[in-house]
Design a protein around this ligand. Structure first.
Ligand code: E4P
Length: 219
């Protein structure tokens, strides 16, 4: 499973990139607004920091302007993936960008039917939002199961399932069990994934015993 980081905070991204566990980054207009930075500048800096795909989202709602925005975003760096919303104009733009070789992440997916449309439009990634479905009392992970099942039934589909709106490590584990290709993690979720009290307890005991030996591996 690939891990993307769902953030436009350069400091967070630098820290997490150093773990060697980060395969890409996703941003959205809300995350860019939160960064307080110029979008084109911040996307360029993220693209230089991380080798993998960096999703940058269009903000127009009509096809012609979305396409122009998508082309401008794609020109920032070779590892930009243009993000478009799952609307008729968004999918039309997805097809046009995909046909010119630009990877597209189709976002705001909340149903298997929408995911089928995105695959047909040539999306490189489909982003189903599990947390926001859970928030309204629907099982977000069932949507991941449905999309994985559908996509597997058609080996010609190359669209990767990018699990979005992840809220905790349980989402990540459940998505991995289903074979989802990617999870985009808020920084705190990646950090939570390291944690287990028995790891801390076990390490403290090992180190206490080691101290008693008076040894040092490096001499
Ligand atoms: C995905 O690409 C989105 O940016 C993100 O996962 C949305 O998450 P949220 O529901 O926590 O805002």
């Amino acid at each position: 499973m690939k891990f993307f980081i769902d953030s436009a905070d350069l400091k967070e991204l630098r820290d997490l990139a150093a773990t060697g566990l980060v395969d890409g980054v996703t941003t959205n207009p809300s995350l860019i607004a939160k960064s307080g930075r110029d979008m084109l500048e911040v996307v360029a800096e993220i693209c230089a920091l991380v080798k993998g795909p960096v999703s940058a989202e269009v903000t127009a709602t009509d096809h012609a302007t979305m396409l122009a925005e998508g082309r401008k975003l794609a020109a920032i760096a070779p590892n930009v993936a243009v993000k478009v919303p799952l609307t008729p104009d968004g999918l039309r733009t997805c097809r046009a960008l995909a046909d010119q070789g630009t990877p597209v992440n189709v976002t705001l997916c909340f149903s298997p039917a929408q995911a089928i449309l995105a695959a047909k439009a040539g999306a490189a990634y489909i982003s189903p939002f599990v947390g926001r479905l859970d928030d309204i009392g629907t099982d977000g992970m069932q949507l991941i199961a449905d999309i994985c099942q559908i996509y597997r039934a058609y080996p010609a589909i190359r669209t990767e399932v990018l699990v979005a709106s992840v809220r905790h490590p349980v989402h990540v584990v459940a998505a991995a069990k289903l074979g989802a290709h990617v999870a985009t993690l808020p920084p705190n979720v990646l950090r939570q994934m390291y944690q287990h009290p028995l790891t801390d307890k076990g390490l403290a005991a090992f180190l206490a015993d080691w101290q008693k030996t008076g040894q040092s591996i490096l001499g």
